[in-house]
Design a protein around this ligand. Structure first.
Ligand code: AMP
Ligand code: MG
Length: 388
């Protein structure tokens, strides 16, 4: 048995041979950069107007209007002191302009422009290089691309991006009692639900379950399906069959497929019988079958490994601290991840903390962490990870 910290250290310290690829900009949302992005030119690349209004030469209250510059115009308009040009947002500001005045603060009579107030030097001009300078580090290797990153990279004129590949993920669910939703079920059977929850959690974080198999609690069948998945997958997620019951064959079946155990059993609730192993550059998690255990283990342990595999700089969901809406004492015999709901008035620990109970997780949005025996008063800060 390992502690939570030891389990996380084991995952985060794995040497992983990541793959890189070049992908079109429209396909890299959620991927991590495999190389730094350096500004190829200043941003903005030229002084431009922040407003619709007038570019002014010299600082006065009255000007002669001598022309117009629209966004995209490439001409250079020379201005003499006391002259102004009509200008629009994003248009190139003449090099001789001192300021831009927004049109709301102007009046025009014929070709004379009157300002409501004195302009200030440099006002409403977005200066060349104000955001980024040529050669500057824009985004670091390992940065995970969010929508604004795509906009930023596009604005630098890049149409392809070098990123880390994502792992090919397979899943095996085990259990004689499991019936797929939509099929008739008999007394003693339950509907298989973990594959849906885990596939959904993968998708939520930009990963995909490429293949899923369902096996009976049978050693040979389990061993064969692991062998099949490990023919092609990078990461295998097994659900169920990893406890100490007479029908739990997953651990032995993994061993016989050459997978080496990195840890088995974590001092935590839920999800004690969690297994993590490796064969060369392939990784295996065997998650306990209870629905809340398997999903909790996904958020806490599987996700950082997938992120590490994919070259992310920061691993795992971040911890936040929020005040509790009520007093709470951890009466479980282990450090615990609790289904919780964060709202504007603080964190509520939800009813239904059993390992098999998933409704509380569906209604909640966070996992709160409590140490063994830890006691909280109302208003005390509690550590949480946001899961939705
Ligand atoms: P196990 O880890 O195989 O001992 O299973 C623990 C509990 O989780 C049992 O009550 C199983 O019926 C249940 N369980 C196992 N696998 C699944 C699954 N894929 N979907 C829903 N429940 C499951
Ligand atoms: Mg089972």
């Amino acid at each position: 048995m390992v502690t939570i910290e030891e389990a996380l250290n084991s995952i985060e310290s794995q040497d992983i041979i990541s793959k890189v690829e070049t992908k079109p900009l429209q396909e890299v949302l959620g991927f991590a950069l495999s190389e730094d992005i350096i500004a190829p030119f200043d941003m903005p690349a030229f002084d431009n107007s922040a407003m619709d209004g007038y570019a002014l030469c010299g600082l006065h209250l009255e000007y002669k209007i001598v022309g117009e510059i629209a966004a995209g115009d490439v001409k250079e308009v020379p201005l003499q002191d006391g002259e102004a040009v009509r200008i629009f947002t994003g248009a190139k500001v003449p090099s001789s302009a001192s300021a831009v005045m927004m049109q709301e603060k102007t009046k025009v009579e014929g070709d004379t422009l009157f300002l409501d107030e004195m302009p200030k030097a440099g006002q409403s001009i977005r200066k060349k290089g104000a955001e980024l300078q040529k050669g500057q580090l824009v985004l670091q290797k390992g940065h995970v691309l969010n929508p604004s990153s795509l906009g930023l990279i596009g604005s630098l004129g890049l149409e392809t991006v070098r990123v880390f590949s994502k792992p090919n993920i397979h899943m095996i669910t085990t259990g004689n009692e499991l019936v797929k939703p939509g099929q008739p079920k008999q007394e003693g059977q339950i509907y298989e639900s973990n594959s849906y929850a885990i596939a959904g959690a993968l998708e939520q974080f930009g990963f995909q379950c490429a293949q899923q198999q369902q096996v009976k609690d049978d050693f040979e069948e389990t061993k064969k399906s692991i062998q099949k998945s490990m023919g092609t997958c990078d990461v295998l997620i097994v659900s169920g069959g990893i406890s100490v019951g007479d029908y739990d064959f997953v651990k032995q079946a993994l061993e016989e497929n050459g997978v080496q155990e990195l840890f088995y059993k974590v001092f935590q609730k839920p999800g004690k019988p969690l297994y993590f192993g490796r064969r060369d550059n392939q990784f295996v998690f065997a998650l306990p079958g209870n629905p809340a255990s398997s999903l909790t283990c996904f958020f806490i342990y599987v996700l950082p490994l997938l992120q590490k595999w994919s070259g992310h700089k920061d691993l795992g969901l971040p911890w936040y601290e929020f005040p509790l809406q009520h007093a709470y004492e951890n009466r479980f015999d282990r450090p615990s991840f609790l289904k919780a709901r964060i709202a504007s008035d603080g964190v509520e620990i939800l009813d239904g903390q059993g390992s098999s109970m998933i409704q509380s997780m569906a209604l909640g949005n966070a996992l709160a962490f409590v140490e063994l025996g830890q006691k909280f008063k109302k208003g005390d800060l509690i550590k949480c990870k946001l899961i939705s």
